[in-house]
Write a protein that binds this ligand. Structure first.
Ligand code: 9PG
Length: 500
């Protein structure tokens, strides 16, 4: 049906599938296709990526699209490969246009079904794989409409208020090269630092898919958790519970428990560790039992902060034993995990589908991996690639998601050793972490100079008062933080050459 929205002095004709009803800050439109004829001509467009690593940000409707281009393999891992149209303006769940006067028109889905929002000329459209989700339509001050959208979403999908505090992760220093002695030494060196969580990342397990202690942890994972706890920190552990490498026990012995392709064989659902991998079919009772066992085991070891990685793989298109929409299958699996671990375990999602995780996760990564360098000039057309610049860009564009869960922009650096980032770039990362109010680092104390240690100590203990003053400008404890130069590519920092 036709409907006319009137916002300020804008008349916005629309096609909707039912009568809109008013809500706080905007309108709720029934599920189905939506098209809004906006009056802004060539204008700014906010595009939102599907999972943690997917590119998000503002561009121009008459400019370059934001997304992963020219790499089907990267697209499969770091975005919604089925729905992405890399050369047309579209994104996942929410989009907005306008903005020249600080006001935008926002269209955002209020549920699951892989909703998409795109801008085609002067039409802002919304559609889904399955028409399950209602829509939120609002016009007004940019930060206000995003806040109102997030609040409407949280009213439907829930909201948790568990806070992680300051986190140390083993990934951005040791990567997969961890063992129980190295971990123990690193923990001991951190003793007395005002850290809350010590999180072991990838590398403890024998292979992705087998969630038992690997050969480098001969005393078992409970011993490491206990060591962390005795040092005064909350034990944290990484796992990728919904995927399995081809060599893992579950993939070798029970390929029938994996999501299948049209050819009746386990579907390839992403690439990492120099391999392809598969997804567990979480609609099967035996997989649910397996997940229960895994999570009872890791919580039983004493880990109460869990980084759940590569979770998008539970929401890919493929054949499952129960014919649910893929985002519903994913959310049911995450709900099952939440039920098994209970309310007190902190769940940080990584590589998670952003909207289907609302209300179940305590925190979510909101950008690609950081790295000890600004950008990688070898890599063109991949804003989801590792590096400080990509991580900052994506995370800053998702600051509004703070109202849904804690938002993790990834680790910051204090070390000048083993690092190509200069002082200004390291400061930028710390600024973004302050803006997003999530603090994590990966620097072992042994790698830091005296002044760097002092800085780390102070930073871990700080909580900042943050106010967003513009799209890319913030006040953090009375200090101005301006990310405009990073966004436009004219980095104000001395290592601008890394950008080119
Ligand atoms: C451990 C790492 C760390 C890191 C996670 C994740 O798009 N990708 O192909 C892609 C691969 C790996 C990756 C991120 C993206 O890293 O983000 O913090 O936990 O796994 O293996």
């Amino acid at each position: 049906m036709l409907h006319t929205f009137r916002f300020d002095d804008h008349v916005i004709p629309a096609t909707v599938s039912g009568e809109p009803t008013e809500t706080t800050g905007g309108w709720v439109v029934p599920a189905g296709r939506v098209a809004l004829l906006h009056p802004f001509d060539h204008t700014d467009f906010y595009r939102h990526g599907w999972n943690s690593w997917s590119p998000s940000g503002w561009t121009r409707t008459d400019g370059e699209t934001i997304g992963i281009k020219d790499s089907p393999e990267r697209l499969l891992t770091a975005d919604d490969a089925v729905n992405e149209t890399p050369h047309r303006h579209s994104g996942s769940a929410v989009g907005a246009v306008g903005g020249t006067d600080g006001k935008v028109l926002l269209l955002g889905a209020l549920g699951l079904g892989t909703p998409r929002v795109g801008a085609d000329g002067d039409v802002l459209w919304g559609r889904s794989e399955v028409d399950e989700a209602e829509w939120f339509v609002a016009y007004g001050d940019e930060r206000q409409v995003f806040a109102d959208y997030a609040d409407e979403l949280a009213r439907r999908l829930g909201h948790r208020s568990h806070r992680a505090g300051a986190v140390w992760s083993s990934w951005y220093s040791f990567y997969e090269d961890i063992d129980e002695e190295l971990v123990a030494r690193t923990v001991d060196d951190l003793a007395g630092y005002p850290l809350d969580v010590f999180q072991l990342d990838d590398g403890w397990e024998p292979i992705v898919g087998d969630w038992v202690a690997g050969p480098d942890f001969p005393s078992g994972m409970a011993a490491t958790a206990e060591h962390i706890r005795r040092a005064g920190f909350r034990p944290g552990l990484w796992l990728a519970p919904l995927i399995a490498l081809p060599g893992s026990t579950i993939a070798r012995e029970r390929p029938d428990l994996l999501v299948q392709g049209d050819d009746g064989r386990p579907l390839v659902t992403g690439y990492n560790w120099g391999s392809h991998y598969h997804s567990l079919d979480t609609t099967q009772r035996e997989v649910q039992d397996h997940l229960r066992e895994v999570f009872e085991r890791v919580v039983g070891w004493g880990f109460t902060y869990l980084k759940l990685d590569f979770m998008y793989a539970g929401a890919v298109t493929g054949h499952r034993s129960v014919d649910l929409h893929r985002e519903t299958a994913y959310r049911d699996a995450l709900q099952h995990i939440r039920d098994v671990v209970g309310d007190d375990v902190y769940l940080l999602g990584c590589g998670v589908p952003m909207i289907p995780s609302v209300g179940l996760l305590d925190g979510a990564r909101v950008g690609p991996d950081v790295g000890p360098f600004w950008d990688n000039s070898e890599r063109s057309g991949d804003p989801s690639g590792v590096g400080a610049r990509n991580s900052i860009l994506d995370s800053a564009a998702r600051a509004w998601m703070k109202r849904l869960y804690e938002v993790d922009p990834d680790a910051v650096y204090f070390r000048s050793a083993r690092n190509l980032l200069d002082d200004d770039e390291r400061q930028l990362l710390r600024d973004v972490a302050a803006v997003l109010e999530f603090r994590s680092t990966s620097d072992p104390v042994a790698w830091l100079t005296g002044p760097e240690r002092d800085l780390l100590r102070r930073w871990l203990a700080e909580t900042s008062v943050v106010e967003q003053t513009g799209r890319w400008t913030f006040r953090v404890d009375g200090r101005d933080v301006d990310l405009t130069a990073v966004v436009t590519g004219e980095t104000a920092t001395s290592a601008a050459s890394f950008v080119e």
